[in-house]
Design a protein around this ligand. Sequence first.
Ligand code: GP9
Ligand code: MN
Length: 642
Amino acid sequence: MNGKFPKIPLFIIATILFGLKTYIIYRFLFHIELENAMQELILAINPFVSAFLIFAISVWLKKPTSQMKFLRYTALIGSVILYFNLVFYRSFTDFITIPQLFQASNMGDLGSSIFSLLEVYDVLLFADVAIIWYLSRKKSDVLSVSYPKSGRVFALAMSLMLLAGNFFLAEMERPQLFTRAFDREYLVKNIGIFNYHIYDLALHSKVKSQKVFADGNELPEIKEYVNEHVQSDESSPLHGIAKGKNLIFISAESMQSFVINNKMKGQVITPFLNSLTKDDSTFYFKNFYHQTQQGKTSDSEFLLENSLYPLSRGAVFFTHGQNEYHALPEMLNQKGYYTSVFHSNNKSFWNRDQMYDSLGYDHFYGEKAFEVTDQNSIGWGLEDKAFFEQSMKYLRSQKQPFYTKFITLTNHFPFELNKDKASIGEFDSNSKTLNNYFQTVRYTDEALRQFFNQLKESGLYKDSIIVIMGDHYGISENHNKAMAKYLGKDQISPYDHVQLQRVPLFIHIPGYDKGKVMSEVSGQIDLKPTLLHMLGVSTKNDIYFGNDLFVDDRKDYIAFRNGDFVSDQYVSTDGICYLRKSGEPVKQKENQDDANKSENPCEPITQKVEKELGYSDDLIYGDLFRFVNFSTGKNSSNTKIK
Ligand code: GP9
Ligand code: MN
């Protein structure tokens, strides 16, 4: 009987069985969204690649019994890891991260409901382990392998090649998958859950070790710098103007300033926002810049809530979601505010679920809080009009005063909209992206008008201030040619590119009548102190890198994450210093020698920018806020390292 058993090595059988099981779990038990055939393919391949990678290690074990033991225990451990993730997923629609594993509250939540998360058919998920276990015990003599060294090396080479192939496809499908690290679901669907855990472990260890070496001694220097060069003691004329009022903040997806008060083929693009620029109750900032990097929307949120810079690589929401912060929601909570976010997307996207906890939000209304149907969704999900409409019932029942952040979605790349919902035509250029953009921008503009009306109807309007901000650019450099056509230019110069990073900012104060268009150079880093001061909250002991937008004593530049900047007089980008008003490069003396190098007028500001970015990074990497007692402003030396 033994002799007739087909001689397929057990590590191959295990690869097939375990790979298949993993695929079934990915495909049918996790709700992973697959947008195209390529994603389907990657999802089908990666379970087998991971399984082969692990099981093929067994060929290095000489004794058949050791090989068999290795295979059955690896299959068991792998299955338990998968199953834990599945149970966790059923509760949180997310994958386990190392910090979450040690976060008592998360596991506590699971503890009470764990039995409701188990299904009878789950037993079947261990069928492969049972088969592998049985075969490894009964057929060890025929199913073990004894390869010469070359065979073993071949198996290893094969594992690595498969892995490289998988990573290559993943990188093709989702460029910068690893550096941007924006979503666990993307990672799992592209590289598999086991590689994801390894990645998570590596990231976690890196973050942890940077933290361990920080002890708070860096703080006095940073504080001294911000006190001297950034933060101002000047009191804002609008200090306390909205004391006790609700703060409604709207992050307008991919909204850039170039559409405001502008036309496309003779059609007004944003009639509602245009009307706000002329409204007495509104301050409109026309030289306001986004300062985001790879973390896109999440970076803009980070800037808003903390007045710290996002990181130059990766999304700080993802990499430092466990840090101690002293953020806008937390500070407003302390003043009796109820704080929440409305955003109809998966809660784990950009690691928002974790980060919002760290920022101190009371509640996050994610995708599940909304009724999303085929009729009311497109592209990234729920359309903005339905989003605001459906949010009203929650908003009305919130305890006041509240700070609520809304994040819109419809105006997201690739700017899709059903034709019957579009109020203006398309642009015509070689870029479908730019052609579509105007329609979705208009759609969001209409959704905002509708929301203002609903706020008025609900009675909330008069007790609130409403802030609308574009989160980051929508039209990237890839569309420069089309953009030049739209703007009537020959080309988009580096200077133009910087100017295109302007996003609109509106601060609307019902009942106020001295609003105007503000032309100061300003950026997302300025929001936290500005809004806190308007709500009458002191920022005396706080550490931040922006300025109140209504005081005169401001640092006169806005730093971008890559070290470029815009100041009152200059724009510095690509190592070239331009005059801000004219866009002309600053003429430097010819035959410049070392002595007059400092005559580049951008240079002193560049140095300040680098210093500031470095300090902000130090605060984040070292998780230094855990050493600060913000009620006294003193260092608290006895804070334990988390
Ligand atoms: C997704 C939304 C858009 O939740 O925030 O993200 P983005 O791609 O703009 O960062
Ligand atoms: Mn965005």
